[in-house]
Design a protein around this ligand. Sequence first.
Ligand code: PMV
Length: 316
Amino acid sequence: MESRRAIKTAIGKIILIGEHAVVYGEPSIAIPFPGVSIKTTICETIGPVILECYYYRGRLSDSPKAVLGLKKVIEGVTESFNEKLENFSIHIASTIPPARGMGSSAAVAISTIRALYEFFNRTLTENELLKWAHESEKVVHGSPSGIDAAVVGGERPLYYRKGMPFVPFKINLDAYLVVGDTGREGQTREAVEGVRQFIESKPDEGMELIKELGNLTRLARKSIEDKDAEKLGKAMFKAHIILDKLGVSNDKLNFLVSKALDCGALGAKLTGGGRGGCMIALADDRKKANYISQCLLSSGAKNTWINRLGDDLVGS
Ligand code: PMV
């Protein structure tokens, strides 16, 4: 008899604008990024649960800190089914670089939740998916706004406000997004804490900057609706300057952002938690995007990806 097996996937995400401000109730825009993905394979075995992923290979019960969010989800989901935590293995393959603001932690959790539901033959609702993904994100990020799980789980662009219903919205711009990886791990938890301390020590200035970020996200939304890539690019760069003032950028991100602008980007900024991770640049056509990508690579970016801000986006 053939042994049971379930295979599920999840794609990455990029925050276009509004990171950090989203933690304080301001809006943010995030898009699915199908250029990178996670695949979880669960196989029936005999014995303890074995986990195999980027950070760890071994018994689930001995997992290190780096995979505790995932462990919590695997245990929680299995227990919620009244199934025993044994006799299966979980293999996770990824093309999403970890800790780069491309949603790897949310995508790992989501592909694994999907695979567990399939393996145990249960029906998964979107609410359950997001609830479990949020559990994992809490372990990874502290008190996440929920945007990563929402966009990775929903696989559609979102205008997101913490605590409010998700607003999926169409992005069909004649423009391209270039993502550049600094090659350094981002530090979302530390960066979120850094912003909190900034606001605590300078409440007026801090909240003013957060509000400005919120207004730039509203402007970005309007620019997308008006199909005005130039205006979107300007809003992106202004957001980068504010994020830098809040202390969540670093030299390498600033360097790659300025290189992208020198090479003709309409705008550029860091994306995600910052202090490492990735930056994004907006290009008005594919040729420009290729050129910007080359500029970034020759300026020290470890990797780049290009995505059209339109048809390629799942659900748009
Ligand atoms: O680093 P990422 O891609 O997980 O993004 C974090 C986004 C923040 O706004 C900085 C934090 C949050 O929980 O929304």
